[in-house]
Write a protein of this length. Sequence first.
Length: 423
Amino acid sequence: MTQPPKFTTLGCRLNAYETEAMKELSEEAGLSNAVVVNTCAVTAEAVRKARQEIRKLRRENPESTIIVTGCAAQTEPETFAAMDEVDRVIGNTEKMQPKTWQGMAEDLGSPFIGETEKVQVDDIMSVTETAGHLIDGFGTRSRAYVQVQNGCDHRCTFCIIPYGRGNSRSVPAGVVVDQIKRLVDKGFNEVVLTGVDLTSWGADLPAMPKLGDLVMRILKLVPDLQRLRISSIDSIEVDENLMMAIATEPRLMPHLHLSLQHGDDMILKRMARRHLRDDAIRFCEEAKKLRPDMTFGADIIAGFPTETDAHFENSLKLVEDCDLTWLHVFPYSKREGTPAARIPKQVPGPVIKTRAAQLRAAGDAQVTKHLDAQLGKTHSVLMENPHMGRTEQFTEVRFDQPQTEGAVLSAKIRGHEAGQLVA
């Protein structure tokens, strides 16, 4: 009996978006009895987890075809091709092409490993266009995600992602606006713009527009869109129009996730970041001045090679100096193939673990401070399910009485518990 493919997604929101696209492509191709693993390569641990997941899936699905794709498959195809559990390895470009899935579906009708090569992974750096496959409706029933950019032109010394995603490519503004109009017509009240390096959007398009231009265009041309969010951004690349949108557009949600990575200038230089500590603080102060209810999330790495106690203290202080609320803390993981992996002075694992815990504790304190400040305030809340929604700042709100999923409602905050506001 044939069964539709099963999908497992590891890693980022963009991977989850692309999994939804692959589901459609595999269904259209008629692929069956397959398990597809969409991998992450951000750390060595992510690759280890991918291998572990593949072995588990093989035990659970002994007769299925195991197909491995995603960033780890792109950067280390030989690692996965060498696994007995794996039947196919598909690159990040190939996974978004209908012909890839059609070829695999046809091959299943013949002796399986035969007509199509086991490894289909081309040079990602040669790709110049964003995949044209757009999906309408990924996310909750209330919030949809729209991929507007892929790849990255920067080469931070710790990061393997450009080698998994290729150089930066942008989806044209008209295509993005049309997709968001369709999503609004389907009843979505909130749209999130996603990408690998979102603030580089437009650099490869005619006239080289900026992300702020795209945001202003969406808000102007889709007046029925209630809420627009932007995902992780590089603060040093924020343009004037994006700052104007922060100041003047209430439909742009006051929550920005910043790719900061560290709080010490020397470490930032060794990471090949393009900003310094003061740049980050200045940006946060300016954004707060323009939008007093703005909250910030941030990515911070603990234990980058050569990081001393003094360097780390600057990262720890940055949490308060930038008034960060939602922290994503990454213990540094040596990633073969990156310049940082060759730095002789690596920080010992137990020290990295301790510093990461200190950062998380600082983040927890900031969350509590943020939750305390919301008591008695009235928020616009987008309901994700009957008992939980999110404020404009992306804070979870719990409701004792069921509410309409997908609705945006006004709610007064009367307390908080277990990291959630209570309305």
